[in-house]
Design a protein around this ligand. Structure first.
Ligand code: ADP
Ligand code: MG
Length: 394
């Protein structure tokens, strides 16, 4: 699945024209308002800066949070204006009403930037309403989608509008996502190792199924591993398991064969709060009164060795409860091994919301850290992303 890129548009398609750009400014908010982390704003800068340099007039669309019914001042994109102005070094015009805002977009100078209010303030956004899409389309002369994180949703600002406003192309961030989650993992340099963890098998089963035929190894960690332990009759104590997914786990074990590598041992404790009582046990010896909260040292070294022997590594899902040190060690060990492998030219890709959070601040040490949680997984599963499908074909 690929789309025509912004970089392919000739200069006269950009110069003086209004670019309607769907970005992902769904930033984390600070308590009491304001932007808590500007990672997502920064991620959109290459596309915005390129358009400005080419003399386009830039009109940005985004959602922010999940407004329940209509406008919610706490979720206004107004609070993104300041950080965006600082990062761009130019004033940004705020368009509170997309209908009345058309005039403002026409007044924008070449290289000028405007940001429209939260698209989810209008009920038609999430129903992919053609009427709302027409309203959005009137704000630009061509369309750029740089919001990979919402590309798996058919919404008015991601899908319907792309049919109305042509050309409709992928921004640079979107292009990167498609390249690294697409080509790099569809035609991987081998050995191709996937590291999967996280809380549940249920949300990841389609990813496992999609990856199994393509990978050389799948290294399993996280709470997901305990459901596999259950499937091979190991006692799991108080570990987080999905008993109703045991048969699914059995089927994956049967199909995966030697490709599927389960942890050899676990870090267990009576509870997260009683970390002082933690110890390492072999995977078939998890005590009745304890839960597995991380992979043990032996497993970390084994996973590290697999990662360093690989040519392509994809990682989704923390190896343990990384939010609560010292149970972050397995997750950190995988991150460190991937960073080291990356220095040797291995392609390293991280996908998933919590996994991306676990490597925050280290993004530039990986080949690619996906900005799309759900979207990156759906893409890997081979599903069509409506926001990509609606763009012009490459
Ligand atoms: P991602 O968002 O990267 O796809 P998930 O949402 O699937 O990852 O899983 C992340 C969560 O899994 C984290 O909150 C982490 O604490 C939890 N987790 C990982 N290992 C364990 C474990 N052994 N027991 C309980 N929770 C775990
Ligand atoms: Mg998650």
């Amino acid at each position: 699945m690929s789309a025509r890129s912004l970089g392919d548009l000739p200069p006269d398609a950009l110069e003086g024209r209004r670019a309607l750009v769907r970005v992902d400014f769904n930033v984390p908010l600070a308590e009491g308002g304001g932007v808590a982390a500007d990672t997502r704003i920064r991620a959109a800068l290459p596309t915005i800066k390129y358009l400005r340099e080419k003399g386009a007039r830039v009109v940005l669309l985004s959602h922010l949070g999940r407004p329940k019914r209509g406008p919610d001042p706490a979720l206004s994109l107004q609070q993104v204006i300041r950080p965006l102005e600082t990062l761009l070094g130019t004033p940004v015009e705020f368009i509170a009403d997309p209908v009345a805002g058309v005039a403002a977009t026409r007044r924008l100078p070449r290289g000028g930037v405007a940001l429209v209010e939260n698209v989810r303030f209008w009920p038609g956004e999430e129903t992919n309403d053609p009427e709302l899409a027409r309203t959005f389309a009137a704000l630009g002369d061509f369309y750029v989608n740089d919001a990979f994180g919402t590309a798996h949703r058919a919404h008015a600002s991601t899908e319907a509008v792309a049919h109305l406003l042509k050309p409709a192309v992928a921004g640079f961030l979107m292009e990167r996502e498609l390249r690294y989650l697409g080509d790099a993992l569809q035609q991987p340099k081998r050995p191709f190792v996937a590291v999967l963890g996280g809380a549940k098998i249920s949300g990841k089963i389609d990813v496992i199924e999609a990856l199994l035929p393509r990978v050389d190894q799948i290294l399993v960690g996280g709470a997901m591993a305990s459901t596999f332990f259950l499937a091979v009759d190991f006692p799991v104590g108080q570990s987080l398991v999905e008993r109703d997914k045991m048969d699914l786990a059995k089927a994956v074990i049967a199909r995966g064969g030697a490709k599927l590598i389960l942890p050899r041992g676990a870090v267990v404790a009576p509870s997260l709060a009683r970390a002082a009582q933690r110890r390492e046990v072999p995977s078939d010896r998890i005590p009745t009164d304890c839960a597995m909260f991380d992979i043990d040292q032996t497993t970390r070294l084994e996973f590290r060795a697999y990662i360093l022997r690989a040519k392509t590594v994809f990682w989704n899902g923390p190896m343990g409860v990384f939010e609560t040190p010292p149970f972050d060690q397995g997750t950190r060990a995988v991150a460190e091994a991937m960073i080291e492998a990356g220095k040797r030219g291995v392609v390293t890709v991280v996908g998933g919301g919590d996994s991306a959070a676990a490597v925050r601040g280290l993004e530039d040490k990986f080949t690619h850290v996906s900005t799309g949680g759900g979207a990156s997984l759906e893409f890997l599963e081979g599903k069509t992303l409506p926001g990509v499908a609606a763009l012009d074909a490459a």
